[in-house]
Ligand binder design. Structure first.
Ligand SMILES: Cc1cc2nc3c(=O)[nH]c(=O)nc-3n(C[C@H](O)[C@H](O)[C@H](O)COP(=O)(O)OP(=O)(O)OC[C@H]3O[C@@H](n4cnc5c(N)ncnc54)[C@H](O)[C@@H]3O)c2cc1C
Length: 448
């Protein structure tokens, strides 16, 4: 018997079955950001039939989360991609913590027990392109760009998603205007659906899952610029009473400053990822921006003496700390920013998202190929939800292992999202600061 209906409060009916074209696959991944691309790649490598859709027309064009953790590099090594990726990035072994001109603390990734004891600084755009290329060339899978997920239902125990194929049309006479139009709407049936569709996840909304705010909003502005001075071979975090700022060495003479903004300098809501590779330059504005970066950097980090030459990119961005109340339901799973969001310094949301993808691909393989117990998926969702509760400092976080009055101990709640790691690596880095990561979590490796 055919059972057709929606299970969840946010679910909408997707249209009469007999009237819509239907395609099918084993796993539908919604969202071709870094986490969705990694998920699709790992599933394809495991021999699973997968489709991946994204409403945009290409990968992003900017840096965004620009650091890959050692655990991510280990994963890339398993995929045979580590050497190539490492060649294109900047290896950084330490993170220095400053308060004004004083160096207060540092963590050495070089002391981690891993084959890749460093952070790799690499623009997110470059990494997304490498994943997309690998997916196409080795696994023979093309991202279905300009395909938008719209709704889902459970049908015969599987997931049916309504997908819209988008196109564009030019309207307006004096001022031409490009409008997105839906060219086709069809059903995509899948045995499992992965929502890797970012912070505003429609999959999460259709599943009726709340995304609870647990911290923030924190307002930041990021500036990438060329300099006349070689960058230090480390990431530098500058904390004062009100702000956390980061200097990323992007390459030899290229930096990114991410400044936390104080109340009066507030940005708008979370911007969409920038897809244009070319930036339109306005020389007077550029010069004002360049002088602003130079002034704020030297105020907050007096040790920063490099000249700010051309500013190649800048943006405002709001970071909230949020956690989805569940990481999916039934045959649907949420991952990456769709399930969790945190601050920018530790690049945790994207990198931990890759570990979620790694584990999920193994589980889906055992469900599809070995007929494993479906409860595996519930366990997966619960464990990663718990892991994120700890990463967001809910019922755990960083505890002080040293005397009160210590710089790190006093800033431990702010330091948690600044450590570029999770799980046992996060515990090891926290110990270097005289802190302990969530006693309940200490000694445990990645959730399995
Ligand atoms: C301006 C900016 C600066 C940032 N800086 C940092 C930083 O310094 N450090 C840091 O750690 N993180 C930073 N981030 C966040 C980082 O980019 C995210 O953590 C990362 O992109 C998460 O990857 P994801 O794959 O989970 O989601 P996303 O990268 O958001 O990808 C989601 C994808 O889903 C697609 N999508 C959405 N809805 C639909 C739909 N209905 N149908 C089909 N496709 C859909 C989107 O087009 C997108 O491609 C920044 C983000 C921005 C925007």
């Amino acid at each position: 018997m055919s059972c057709c209906g929606s299970l969840w409060p946010g679910a909408t009916r997707i249209g009469e079955r007999s009237k819509m074209r239907e395609e099918r696959t084993d796993v539908l991944v919604v969202g071709a950001g870094p986490v969705g691309l990694m998920t699709a790649l790992l599933l394809a490598e495991a021999g699973i039939e997968v489709r991946i859709i994204d409403r945009e027309e290409r990968t992003t064009a900017r840096s965004y989360a620009c650091a890959l953790h050692p655990r991510t590099l280990e994963l890339l090594a398993q995929l045979g991609m580590a050497d190539e990726i490492i060649r294109h990035g900047n290896r950084v072994e330490t993170v220095g913590f400053y308060e004004g001109s004083t160096r207060r603390a540092e963590i050495a990734l070089s002391k981690l027990p891993t084959e890749f004891p460093f952070l790799l600084i690499l623009p997110q755009s470059r990494f997304e392109s490498a994943l997309e290329q690998r997916l196409r060339q080795k696994a023979g899978i093309q991202v279905d760009w300009r395909h938008r997920f719209d709704a889902l239902e459970i049908e015969d125990g599987e997931v049916a998603a309504a997908v819209e194929k988008l196109g564009g049309t030019s309207t307006g006479y004096i001022v031409p205007h490009w409008e997105t139009v839906v060219q086709d709407r069809f059903r995509m049936r899948a045995r499992y659906l992965v929502g890797a569709d970012g912070a505003k996840s429609l999959v999460r909304q259709r599943l009726g899952i709340e995304n609870t705010r647990v911290g923030g909003p924190d307002f930041f502005a990021a500036y990438e610029f060329e300099s006349d001075t070689p960058s230090p071979n480390e990431v530098r975090v500058v904390m004062d009473q009100a702000t956390t700022n980061v200097l990323w060495p992007l390459s030899n003479q290229k930096y990114r400053w991410t400044f936390q903004l104080v109340k009066s300098e507030v940005a708008n809501e979370w911007p969409e990822k920038e897809r244009r590779a070319v930036r339109v330059a306005h020389s007077t504005v550029d010069d004002a921006i360049r002088r602003y970066v130079d002034r704020v950097a030297k105020q907050r980090a007096p040790w920063f003496q490099a000249g700010v030459k051309e500013v190649t990119w800048c943006t405002d961005v709001v970071f909230e700390h949020r956690l989805a109340n569940e990481f999916g339901r039934g045959r649907c799973v949420l991952m990456g920013d769709a399930a969790h969001q945190t601050g920018p310094v530790g690049a945790q949301s994207m990198n931990v998202g890759f570990q979620e993808a790694r584990e999920l691909s193994g589980i889906v393989k055992s469900l599809l190929v070995e007929n494993a117990n479906p409860e595996l998926l519930d366990d997966f969702r619960k464990r990663w939800h718990q892991e994120w509760q700890l990463l967001l400092g809910m019922g755990g976080g960083l505890a002080s292992a040293v005397a009160a009055g210590n710089w790190s101990a006093e800033r431990r709640s702010r330091l948690l999202s600044c450590l570029p790691s999770f799980g046992d690596h996060l515990g090891a880095l926290a110990r270097q600061l005289g802190l302990a990561f969530s006693p309940a979590r200490e000694g445990k490796a990645t959730p399995k």
